[in-house]
Design a protein around this ligand. Structure first.
Ligand code: FE2
Length: 232
């Protein structure tokens, strides 16, 4: 395994992300805004959800690793928390929250997954930034996931740590390179939330994705920068 930020295919520039809006039902997603907001608010009043942990790969080591964002798991693994199990659907079972957010669960079933692993809502009700971080540092591991949101309030960005350039995500959904660049969010007033679902994409969806010869984790950025018709 290569634990370095390695070379990538020539068309790739960072920061970058692949919008998946053309592959999902954005109208349906937007229509869930009030439904999810109401249920997240209920949980805020009822009890404390677990705080999101950025992991060790932060841009600045002194930045908080539990910046305040909380998480609602719609599925839970039978194994102790490991980033390398996100895409092993056999380990993941729906939680009671999957029923609490039944309409969201139904939307998730429309996403281009053959099977799903971790499903997670991340939210905050206070203006706190999400510390820029990478999810892991293994360039051979490329997680297949859809990140999405019902509204555009969360100022979520990709960041190239080499140039410090930021690129704000302007779409409702994205797949992005979580290894060779950083991601985070600025502080924002009011309740903000987003959802990330990991799993295994369908073969049909996979056939659209250009795969890099080196640095598999860079696939979302290759797709974003080179387009689907990229050939070596
Ligand atoms: Fe992350």
């Amino acid at each position: 395994m290569t634990h370095v930020l390695d070379r990538v295919e020539a068309p790739i520039v960072y920061p970058s992300y692949k919008s998946l809006d053309e592959f999902i039902d954005v109208g349906w997603l937007k229509s869930l805004d009030g439904y999810i907001t109401e249920r997240v608010r209920r949980r805020l009043e009822a009890h404390e959800d677990h705080k999101f942990y950025t992991g060790p790969f932060r841009l600045k080591e002194e930045s908080p690793d539990r910046p305040g964002t909380r998480m609602i798991y719609l599925s839970r693994s039978s194994q102790p928390d490991s980033y390398y199990d996100l895409d092993r659907p056999e380990l993941w079972e729906p939680t009671p929250e999957a029923k609490e957010f039944a309409e969201l669960s139904e939307f998730i079933r429309s996403l281009p997954f053959a099977s799903t692993g971790r499903m997670l809502i991340m939210y905050d009700d206070a203006p706190r930034p999400v510390t820029p971080h990478r999810d892991h540092d293994v360039v051979e591991v490329c997680h297949e996931f859809v990140w999405f949101r019902t509204n555009l309030s969360k100022p979520f960005y990709m960041l190239d740590h080499r140039t410090r350039e930021k690129l704000y995500v302007s779409s409702h959904s994205a797949w992005f390179d979580t290894v060779n660049q950083f991601h985070g969010s600025d502080a924002c007033d009011g309740l903000t939330f987003s959802v990330r679902v990991d799993g295994r994409f369908t073969d049909e969806f996979r056939s659209l994705i250009p795969r890099p010869r080196v640095n598999p984790a860079s696939a979302p950025s290759l797709w974003a920068c080179a387009g689907a018709g990229f050939n070596f």
